[in-house]
Ligand binder design. Structure first.
Ligand code: AMP
Length: 280
């Protein structure tokens, strides 16, 4: 496994792999890797000849300076995990290797066709502009055959599918299931910022989501939304940002159960913002 920090070196290595007719798998991450990320990497390794993982805490997708500053970083530990998982190349560029001065500061424009009007898009204005900005750049550099994303970031995944289609990337996007702690808590790099007692508290989020699934047959979506909101409100130290039940394809809020649906939640546990979701 090699670690490269420049686009030139990355492109040379990719061209070399492609010249040997190797299929390229790609997993974009922001590092501080956990078992959820590693599942994506293992899936990529099982389906491709040459596997690339990027580690880049992308400043343009953060709309909160303190969240960006406190985002956990640990490249040495990440490299050990990736080597073990069978990764061939880690791309870990500096901000200047990726963005020009003007790119760092302007809002990348993209027509989300309404996918960004709810949930993360609503509460983190500009977040998905930054996500599309970085992932489209990385796709252009790596030119993978397949790229792997987690369903934990459900709205992001829908937007990556749309972006891939609209920008005509010839890349297969592979959706990977949420990996959870034994407590049910969805794995996240941000969990590292939770205290031991907050980690226990945060497990209530998935517990409430799992429980909500039991009553889909006797509650309308709006009633279920209210139930989840009330249950979260009962837990000290959890502060709900949103819970929405949406159409799994259009991400628009639904009023009845006639379509495939997903409940998406964002909650603060102390200062740490956590997201999770469940399919109904
Ligand atoms: P991040 O480093 O948080 O940007 O995540 C990189 C990729 O890992 C994204 O596609 C995430 O959806 C995915 N991911 C993060 N946490 C999990 C998890 N618990 N289960 C599955 N995929 C995950």
């Amino acid at each position: 496994m090699i670690i490269v920090t420049t686009v030139e070196k990355l492109e040379t290595e990719i061209a070399n792999a492609r010249s040997k007719m190797k299929s390229i798998g790609f997993v974009p991450t922001m590092g501080a890797l956990h078992a959820g990320h590693i599942e994506l990497v293992k899936r990529s390794v099982s389906e491709n000849d040459y596997n690339v993982v990027s580690i880049f805490v992308n400043p343009t997708q953060f709309n909160n300076a303190s969240d960006l500053e406190k985002y956990p970083r640990n490249i040495e530990a990440d490299a050990l995990l990736l080597e073990e998982a069978g990764c061939d190349l880690i791309f870990a560029p500096s901000i200047d290797a990726i963005y020009t001065e003007s790119e760092k500061n302007y809002r990348f424009e993209f027509d989300f066709e309404g996918l960004d009007t709810v949930m993360e898009g609503k509460f983190r204005p500009g977040h998905f502009n930054g996500v599309v900005q970085i992932v489209s750049k990385l796709f252009t550099f790596v030119k993978p055959h397949r790229s792997y994303f987690g369903e934990k970031d459900f709205q992001q995944l829908a937007i990556i599918h749309l972006m891939t289609k609209k920008l005509e990337f010839d890349i297969q996007i592979i959706d990977c299931p949420i990996v959870r702690e034994p407590s049910g808590l969805a794995m996240s790099s941000r969990n590292e910022r939770l205290t031991t007692s907050q980690r226990k508290t945060a497990a209530s989020i998935s517990k409430i989501l799992f429980e909500s699934k039991q009553s889909v047959t006797n509650r309308l979506p709006l009633e279920l939304k209210n139930w989840v909101e009330n249950e979260i409100a009962k837990v000290d130290e959890l502060k709900l940002e949103y819970f929405e039940i949406v159409d799994a394809n259009t991400l628009q809020i639904i009023n009845n159960w006639s379509v495939a649906s997903v409940g998406c939640i964002a909650v603060f546990c102390g200062e740490v913002r956590l997201i999770d979701n469940i399919r109904y």
